[in-house]
Design a protein around this ligand. Sequence first.
Ligand code: UN1
Length: 512
Amino acid sequence: SSISDMETVLKNLGIHAENKGSSTGSEFFSNGETIESFSPTNGKLIEKVQSSSLEDYDKVLEKAKAAFLEFRKVPAPKRGELVRQFGNKLREKKQDLGKLVSYEMGKSFQEGLGEVQEMIDICDFAVGLSRQLHGFTMHSERPGHRMYEQYHPLGIVGIISAFNFPVAVWSWNTALAWICGNVTIWKPSEKSPLCGVACQNIIAEVLKENNYPEGISNLLIGSHEIGKKMTSDKNVNLVSFTGSTKVGREVSSTVANRFGKSILELGGNNAIIISKDADLDVSIIGAVFGAVGTCGQRCTSTRRLIIHEDVYEDFKNRLVKAYGQLKIGDPLNENNHVGPLIDQHSVKQYLNSIEKCKNEGGSFIVEGGVLEGENYESGCYVKPCVAEVENSFEIVQHETFAPILYLIKYKTLDEAIALQNDVPQGLSSAIMTNNLKEAEAFLSFAGSDCGIANVNIGTSGAEIGGAFGGEKETGGGRESGSDAWKYYMRRQTNTINYTDNLPLAQGIKFDL
Ligand code: UN1
């Protein structure tokens, strides 16, 4: 696609040289440093944006606090109406926003559109949910008493998101947070600030059209420092953090220390078990898409294939063949399968991991490397690669955000499940098998220990309808579908006595 196309996209999304990174609705203040956003697709400057200073944080917080006092009074289905309109606005902007995601982050245009589709889907989900924020009722042990529970708005929800899903993760959190009656403060990744500005512009328009207070949705573009301030601020009732396990550990302890709530979506080390009873045609597509899609930069990307010895050689050959057909290049060109990594730092990590793997004894059946020359000027394009390894290698135990796929051989299903679970992370997992017994064993209490466990599909591409998140070092949080909304509310149990007496619980006698 040509640059003039991108100029129109930026214009349609309200992105220009004067963009400021702290905003509440239509009001902007930014006194921080200027961040320049470069596209990993061609290394060119897209636009710059002025980031938020620590003083800007205080102003945004005040706006958010004031907005919450208003917004919590709005009936939940009316809050749903706001989210419905937001979803419609996203439908209008889908092409533009999808394209910006692709250009700023480097994922394929298809995946950029897919991300916006996920935003639309979670809006639809949240609209329905806005009439279903149900609590239970229960029978009191005391005569003439009634018991029930309610869910109340929590307050301010802070969202710290990563570059790899620069728009969708925000909306998974905001769509639920808003119908639950909360206001949000978002710190997007410094690597994808323009996606942040674009989303804020879209919701600001909807808020304005509805005469809602500014400050229901707030943006803060800034560094680690801003994130730290937000995590340690007792005014921020819930912090939803997506990112590395290392930073997640800091966030978790800081928030826990002030008894705040957190949702942690940290690293994954996702495996697919390829059984001898697998459909190998289906398995190849699942494995290759999982490993190279988004250039291996999803939390749910497939990092490991655990393959039965009887089909190992066959599957290995098919993989080599499939990798040979991959087209690497400009993600906005729909003929390409694999785009660039996010930046040079990421390329370094990719190269380091390959070297570590070789040093530990890994043998590459598809070699990696950085692409150079015409169309690869950004220096961020790398070759997806495949290595035969031991699961116990230090590098295999570690998540590298790049398209490096590890192959491990197994004999028995028990062994395969043990290998799959034998990593510190616990996000997504899958088994490819047409054998019912194997599938059920994999899904049983003795099977996968991950938050997501699939049969005959890959590890990535979770639908928004399910709760998304993982165990162990993945952090334990759940967001998106199912009953993840409960994290965004404050729970209250109510007991009402409608008699003239005061019978005490547990039959305790207390006479005066
Ligand atoms: C992430 O990588 O942060 O399952 C989330 C998937 C997406 C979500 C990925 N729906 O691949």
